[in-house]
Design a protein around this ligand. Structure first.
Ligand code: NDP
Length: 256
């Protein structure tokens, strides 16, 4: 009975940036829980790779190419998914980008705008579009992927634009949760520490990574599945009393 609450059989879960990294791990976790997975990613090859990875584990998934910064396209995809599947129960708004190395005073407009466009605007467009369908159904769970960078400033790394975009996601999460709490739609977020993915492999140099790991109380980075299990909890009825929360999965980084 208790563990039944973690099951998501017959449900439909949409994961943005679901083709790789944390997003793909979320797809795998939610698929194992029984949900039908819809992957959204910006590039066809990545979305397809995610679909194939799920298929190897016996999970049938749909894959759509979409740039989450295109609000009109996000609306169209949300409508099409609900049309095709008859419902949407979970949105994991995970798609995000990172850029490093620009001091605040030297940050080009393009860096500020592109990071915030994906990490913040994109999350809102997705919450709004899928949230409308969930509100109509009177049921749904949204999990946004924030970051511990939304809480702390890791001084050696210059990325005010990224930190601000993630803090905005945490506050947006609480705002939407408050608006939708009495209409059956829960909205939560997860704030990960550094996770071993393409993002950290390509954006961060080794010297910086060594500093981070030294400063992490658990003394290590996280793995995508360690975020996916939190997302699964927040997406399932096991967390039925939780809304507006940002759960830190940060290996203790923000404890001190
Ligand atoms: P990855 O770069 O490995 O995966 C992100 C995926 O999202 C990519 O497939 C990427 O495609 C896609 N994506 C990016 N922009 C868009 C867009 N506009 N529309 C649709 N898809 C898009 O990143 P992670 O898995 O590491 O990160 C996932 C989330 O977790 C992000 O929001 C990130 O900020 C957050 N996070 C990550 C941490 C980490 O240490 N890895 C720590 C804390 C938070 P493309 O290659 O085309 O950009």
């Amino acid at each position: 009975m208790f563990f039944e609450k973690f099951r998501m059989d017959g449900q439909v879960a949409v994961v943005t940036g679901g083709g790789r990294g944390i997003g793909l791990a979320c797809c795998e976790a939610l698929a194992e829980a029984g949900a039908k997975i819809v992957i959204i990613d910006r590039e066809d090859a990545i979305a397809e790779a995610g679909r194939e990875a799920l298929a190897k584990n016996g999970h049938d998934a749909d894959a759509h190419v979409l740039d989450v910064t295109d609000s009109a396209a996000v609306g169209r995809i949300a409508d099409a998914i609900v049309e095709a599947h008859g419902r949407v129960d979970t949105l994991v708004a995970n798609a995000g980008i990172a850029r490093t190395g620009f001091a605040a005073e030297d940050t080009p407009d393009e860096v500020w705008l592109s990071v915030n466009d994906v990490n913040y605007n994109g999350v809102f467009w997705c919450c709004r579009a899928f949230g409308r369908h969930m509100l109509r159904a009177g049921r749904g769970a949204i999990v946004n992927i924030g970051s511990m960078s939304g809480y702390i400033v890791n001084r050696p790394q210059m990325q005010s634009y990224y930190n601000a975009s993630k803090a905005a996601v945490h506050h947006l999460t609480a705002s939407l949760a408050a608006e939708w709490a009495d209409r059956g739609v829960r909205v939560n977020a997860v704030a990960p520490t550094y996770i071993e993915t393409e993002m950290t492999r390509t954006v961060v140099d080794k010297a910086m990574m060594d500093i981070w790991i030294r400063d992490t109380p658990m003394g290590r980075m996280g793995q995508p599945h360690e975020i996916a299990s939190v997302v699964h909890f927040l997406a399932s009825d096991a967390s039925s009393l939780i809304t507006g929360a940002t759960v830190k999965a940060d290996a203790g980084f923000t404890c001190w």
